[in-house]
Design a protein around this ligand. Sequence first.
Ligand code: PMP
Length: 293
Amino acid sequence: MAQPYDDRDGYIWIDGAFSPWREAKVHVLTHALHYASSIFEGERAYGGQIFESLRHSQRLANSAKILGFELPVTVEELEHIKTEALAKSGLENAYIRAFAWRGSEMMGVSAQDNTIHLAVAVWPWGDYFADKMKGIRMTHADWRRPSPETAPCHAKAAGLYMICTLSKHAAERAGYQDALMLDYRGQVAEATGANIFFMRDGALHTPIPDCFLNGITRQTAIKLANARQIEVIERVIMPDELGTFSECFITGSAAEITPVAEIGEFTYTPGEVSEALVNDYSDLVYRKIKIPA
Ligand code: PMP
């Protein structure tokens, strides 16, 4: 078992100062723990620089807004805190977790007066999925992404991950690495922590992100594909089309671009397009290439 996350060396920035890692704690009567009033970001640093840092900070601020609160710092201040936290970690390649939550003043559905807390932690990070080009094995999730009228689906909010964890656990129990979630209409949506793309006849197809995150990596993958003159079609994709695609990959800050070899009964061969985009993404995050404007 890897070292637990609450028992490590180092520092975590919390509410205005760096705290020794093991002392960065919240009380059990914290609103976020009971009512999921928390939001977070998952970011990566490569060679000492946080990839798309500003967009992640802006998304955190926007997630706060969607949940009805404001971050206790400005986006510019958050940028500074993340940079400092990365430097203090001494890591070049790392995962950055910035998160905010409602505190303990009120412990009911209403929590209008609760203090908004903010923390930033940085830890070492390798590949989310080992041996990428082999492609991961996915199954079908039982849970569906809710409608925008049922949940604040454009916030990266803790509560929305309840069905992701349930789906991922079920997939892992059945011997798979991840699960494909449909949305409330029965359309193909995304993986449990990443967006999804399919390849057919030279073009990429990806669902319209109208009830799940329009991932920063998803947007990057579209730009990388466009730079290679690969057409990207954002459209409704129904599950009965899954057998018509040749390649498939998922995108996310943690997953980066990871080819998919299988979704339940359907198989895909991680091929030229997946490999080119996996390599382009790696070159981009390590600043060896720039996306043409
Ligand atoms: N969907 C879900 C459910 C996620 O957790 C993530 C990861 N944040 C994504 C999509 C991809 O988002 P991004 O590329 O911005 O990391």
